[in-house]
Design a protein around this ligand. Structure first.
Ligand code: HEM
Ligand code: HEM
Length: 499
């Protein structure tokens, strides 16, 4: 009897597959792949899992959502809107919310997952920014990630425009205003997007194709490319004993990482479902259907686009006339600044490499304090995002805190210039202070609080020297200005941590 004949059924299936798709050699190469262990790696996983949840719930929603702006009269089970004329898109969203089994839960899950997805991407991005993992050879992967963030912002905007309720219609009017402010081609762009005068009859159907097909397709391809590059480059890791620029220390993919990641997927899915089950989000039935002659008060985009709204709200309403054409600078300047703020982050790895002249490969991560200028730039970027977010909600801030809206708007106008400068200086000083503390710790050890009296009467505090591992971590970085020759590309060796 040959070995194949004696093999069990599972083994024969594996053998059959291996002969056709080379699964064995693939598995041998990648199943033992090593992953360094650090809580911040979970942020990338949160992005991945919430994206999966978005696709799953999105597919369910497509079964019931009608992307049409044809007018219908509502006779569903939400009585307050009975007999009201509305678009089919809005009526089908009400149908999903009140009549489809589990519909409201899935809608809310989709929306909450979208909010967490973008929050995950922003925190994942800033973690990679602050630790410098975007440096050579990972600049392209940074760009892939950045594209995912950029597409994610628009995917969210298109998504919440679909139900055609009064809130999302107000958001579309904002988009229309931004397009109209573009010189020369503004009117053309608006007509092109809306298929005629705003709001037209096409926009929901158009956004639908973009939202369920084109953008998620590109995003899925980018996620795969992003992860392939993570595997190809191997992971960066924080400095520590035994960790060098030439190795990766961590636990193997199979079984340790797979078990952890699998469990974490269900944790993320479960947490999102719990929030979706108990916290209302986007109750479109309260807003009513979109009518171009109405605007809801307190209209806000989802949080991640709040900074774009803030730019427009705090900008003075300047207008100039050039060669007989009116330029609405009050909208045009924010429309230009909005992408610039994002593009700056996208091209940052290339800017930094150019300014510092650092062309070396990096596989060990920086501690943010050891790169004070970069850390300060990151903090400035976050502070701008947050202050503009507050500007985007100037009406809400004013009503909640009983302030005049002008006070809020002027505070934000001043803060947009002052806050980043303050944040830059303070963050840089904090980093330098922390560096000094590290030096102190390395040289003199940790204070123990134990006071000793010496034979001649002097009192001294006993310091406990750091152990070798801590000393290594605190001194592993290269100091600024240190001259380093270009190094050859290291071949990273993977290994599991020594017990
Ligand atoms: C990757 C990112 C995605 C993001 C950020 C996103 C975001 C959103 C948001 C915020 C809404 C509004 C939900 C609401 O009514 O409260 C929405 C609606 C919708 N999304 Fe997505 N989505 C994504 C992917 C998908 C995918 C992959 C599909 C389908 C395959 C999909 C299908 C839908 C449908 C049909 C609606 C309209 C239904 C409704 O609003 O009740 N989405 N999306
Ligand atoms: C759909 C969105 C995204 C998903 C699913 C995703 C997923 C991941 C995962 C699972 C990892 C490996 C674990 C880790 O290092 O955290 C990773 C690494 C990385 N991500 Fe993302 N990411 C996304 C968006 C982004 C964004 C917005 C950026 C930055 C602009 C980014 C930049 C990076 C970089 C530079 C690495 C490599 C780091 C290293 O090797 O240590 N990613 N990503």
């Amino acid at each position: 009897m040959t070995a194949t004949e004696t093999a069990g059924r599972g083994e024969r299936v594996a053998d059959w597959l291996d002969g056709r798709v080379g699964i064995h050699s693939l598995g041998r190469k990648y199943l033992r792949k090593v992953f360094p262990d650090h809580w911040s790696f979970l942020l990338g996983e949160i992005c991945l899992y919430s994206f999966v949840v978005l696709v799953l719930t999105g597919v369910y929603l497509t079964l019931f959502f009608h992307p049409s702006m044809n007018e219908v009269t509502y006779h569903g089970s939400y009585v307050p809107l009975n007999g009201v004329r509305m678009s089919e898109a809005y009526a089908s969203t009400l149908h999903i919310s009140f009549d489809v089994r589990g519909g409201l839960l899935i809608r809310q899950l989709h929306h909450w997952a979208a909010l967490v997805f973008v929050a995950g991407m922003l925190t994942h991005m800033m973690r990679h920014f602050f630790t410098g993992s975007f440096r050579k050879p990972r600049e392209v992967n940074w760009l892939f990630g950045w594209l995912l963030l950029f597409l994610g912002l628009f995917e969210g905007l298109f998504g919440y425009s679909l139900p055609d309720d009064l809130l999302s219609g107000t958001g579309l009017r904002f988009v229309n205003g931004a397009l109209l402010s573009v010189p020369v081609v503004g009117t053309y762009l608006s007509m092109f997007l809306f298929g005629g005068e705003f709001p037209g009859h096409d926009v929901v159907a158009r956004f639908y194709s973009l939202h369920i097909l084109l953008i998620p397709g590109i995003m899925a391809a980018l996620v795969v490319a992003h992860l392939i590059l993570v595997v190809y480059h191997k992971h960066t890791q924080f400095a520590g004993p035994g960790r060098t620029e030439r190795n990766v220390v961590g636990t193997p993919f199979m079984p340790v990482y797979l078990a952890k990641a699998g469990g974490f997927f269900f944790l993320v899915f479960g947490a999102l479902t719990l929030v979706a089950a108990v916290a209302t989000i986007n109750p479109v039935w309260v807003y009513g259907p979109f009518r171009p002659d109405q605007v809801s008060t307190g209209a806000q985009p989802d949080w991640y686009l709040g900074f774009a709204e803030g730019l427009v709200r705090v900008m003075p309403g300047w207008e100039i006339t050039l060669w007989g054409h009116t330029l609405v600078l009050g909208v045009l300047i924010p429309v230009v600044v909005f992408p610039l703020l994002l593009v700056f982050i996208g091209i940052y790895p290339f800017l930094e490499a150019r300014v510092t002249g650092d062309k070396r490969e990096h596989h060990l991560l920086d501690r943010p304090r050891n790169r004070p200028v970069r850390t300060a730039i990151g903090a400035v970027w976050i502070s701008l995002y947050l202050i503009l977010l507050a500007g985007g909600g100037n009406d809400i801030v004013a009503t909640r805190m009983h302030l005049s809206i002008n006070t809020v708007t002027w505070t934000v106008r001043v803060a947009v210039f002052v806050l980043p400068a303050v944040v830059f200086v303070v963050t840089r000083r904090i980093c330098l202070g922390l560096q000094l503390r590290d030096t102190e710790l390395v040289l003199h050890g940790r204070e123990t609080g134990v006071i000793k009296r010496l034979p001649h009467g002097e009192y001294v505090e006993v310091h406990q020297p750091l152990d070798q591992a801590e000393l290594h971590t605190l001194t592993a970085h290269r100091r600024q200005g240190e001259r380093v020759e270009h190094e050859p590309r290291p071949e990273l060796v993977e290994r599991e941590p020594r017990p």
